[in-house]
Design a binder for this molecule. Structure first.
Ligand code: UDX
Length: 464
């Protein structure tokens, strides 16, 4: 939050008590937790952010919060880079083990040091930090869960035991287009992809998250009711605790302040020179990895597409490469004629820019929501976890984009770029995206669904 913004919010503040918030130390989780912290701060709550010393948030961007570092708490093998790379489930499981003692000690100390006029009301932790429920129980502190994915993707995780039992996780043809009646509109291939890496660890992580969420006092979601109406009643039935759909969070406060990597502003000055709706924005978020061969296919497809593009090539995103050293000979010139490559972009500004026509994304939930909020149709290359569900919803439910069904192959990519950026089909996707964008704006206005849900959350916390 900018200083002036903080000051103006301060004027509206009434003192309500203190919240202890604990994000998972990964970009896609830090952003929504810090945004939620700003939202609740603006409602009068004091905020303490508890964090690990690796991937720690940039404190200078949050002078209005208190920060408590629980130390390194880094599981063996956890990446040393500023952004977590690679398969996540086993690391999340380890984090849940190694953080227990330091987190417990930290919260215990904060409780004993707290005063009556700044009472600690509850813990708000990432749903993937499921161990914190045990700490909350030991210290008799209510715990609210923040689940950073969509409701639909959470539901697909909830179905894990059923899908396992029905044999969907051991199908011979992991590229099968067959429908999955238990998890409509997903296809068998989406289920395979969801669980493709770290099968057993992922199962354990999901079980931990489900148990920890069931035992919590409430769940906060970074989504809005109108987007996921069909699945909300099912979630409420399976998790009979209050569910607060108050998103999209970044519409209250942007994610730039919590960016772990420096955002390259040349992305915007380059976009300023492009014609309206002429640029394809390409980014696969902070965790997904691609092979060198996939990188080549992407580069060729972009060069052949004859469209302008802004491409985020995150250092380390290409397996076995530091950055662009594996760029194929001769391709760099073709690419640089029409494209601009950066290591990390101010994504929300990019998506809101009039030149941006389409987002080719890995479909992390933050990216998907950010695209919806700016009305930008998508090309989807999901990798794992919640991403295949998000991608299928983009294509089959909201009808605002296309999934690359066969991985990263240049001809298919070129076709998809044409379909979304040039063809009538793409114009229709953009119109549907505009409708969603209008719904976002309405849900945040006084009386709107997220507005009312946020009021409900504030009252709920005050009642604890
Ligand atoms: C991870 C998982 O991969 C994702 O599926 C899950 O929903 C959340 O955790 P990540 O892969 O980083 O997240 O993707 P995403 O959820 O899209 O979050 C990326 C965030 O980084 C977004 O807020 C985006 O605006 C920001 N970003 C991305 C930048 O600021 N600059 C960039 O260049 C790229």
């Amino acid at each position: 939050m900018e200083k002036q913004e903080v000051d103006s919010k301060l004027q509206e503040r009434k003192m309500c008590g203190r919240l202890l918030m604990f994000p998972l130390p990964a970009q896609g989780h830090i952003n929504p937790m810090l945004q939620l912290a700003n939202i609740l701060y603006s409602k009068g709550f004091n905020i303490t952010i508890i964090h690990t010393s690796f991937n720690s948030p940039n404190k200078s961007n949050y002078p209005h919060f208190t920060f408590k570092n629980i130390g390194e708490a880094r599981p063996t093998g956890y990446p040393t880079g500023s952004v977590a790379k690679g398969g996540a489930a086993s690391k999340v499981i380890l984090l849940n083990k190694v953080c227990f003692d330091p987190f417990h000690d930290c919260v215990k100390r904060l409780l004993s040091d707290s005063s009556a006029d700044d009472r600690i009301l509850c813990l708000i932790t990432d749903a993937l930090f499921y161990f914190t429920q045990h700490v909350a129980d030991l210290l008799k502190l209510p715990r609210i869960v923040l689940r950073t994915s969509s409701l639909s993707a959470f539901h697909v995780f909830y179905l894990y035991p059923i899908l396992l039992q029905q044999g969907y996780l051991s199908v011979q043809d992991s590229n099968s287009e067959a429908p999955v009646p238990e998890a409509e509109p997903l296809k068998v291939k989406d289920i395979s992809q969801t669980y493709q890496i770290e099968g057993e660890d992922l199962g354990m992580m999901i079980a931990g998250m489900m148990t920890g969420t069931k035992a919590a006092s409430a769940i906060v979601w970074n989504t809005f009711e109108e987007l996921e109406q069909s699945v909300l009643p099912t979630i409420q039935q399976n998790f009979p605790i209050p569910s607060f759909t108050i998103g999209p969070f970044h519409k209250y406060f942007t994610a730039s302040a919590s960016s772990l990597l420096e955002q390259d502003k040349t992305a915007i000055s380059w976009l300023d020179m492009q014609a309206p709706l002429s640029v394809l924005y390409v980014s696969f978020g902070s965790v997904a990895l691609i092979d060198k061969s996939e990188f080549f296919e992407m580069a060729w497809a972009l060069a052949n597409s004859k469209q302008k593009f802004l491409w985020v090539v995150r250092p380390g995103v290409i397996r076995g490469s530091e950055w662009l050293e594996s760029f194929p000979d001769g391709l760099q010139e073709a690419v640089s004629e029409r494209g601009h490559i950066v290591k990390w972009a101010p994504q929300q500004e990019v998506l809101a820019h009039p030149a941006t026509a389409c987002f080719w994304s890995h479909c992390g939930w933050n990216s998907t929501l950010e695209s919806i909020c700016e009305g930008v149709p998508m090309i989807c290359s999901p990798s794992f976890g919640d991403q295949p569900t998000n991608a299928r919803y983009v294509e089959a439910v909201w009808k605002v984009g296309l999934v690359l069904e066969n991985g990263i192959k240049r001809e298919e990519i070129e076709r998809a770029i044409r379909r979304v950026m040039i063809d009538q089909e793409g114009k229709e996707m953009r119109m549907r995206m505009s409708c969603l964008k209008k719904k976002v704006n309405l849900c945040l206005m006084e009386g709107g669904s997220s507005y009312k849900s946020l009021e409900g959350l504030v009252n709920f916390i005050l009642s604890l």
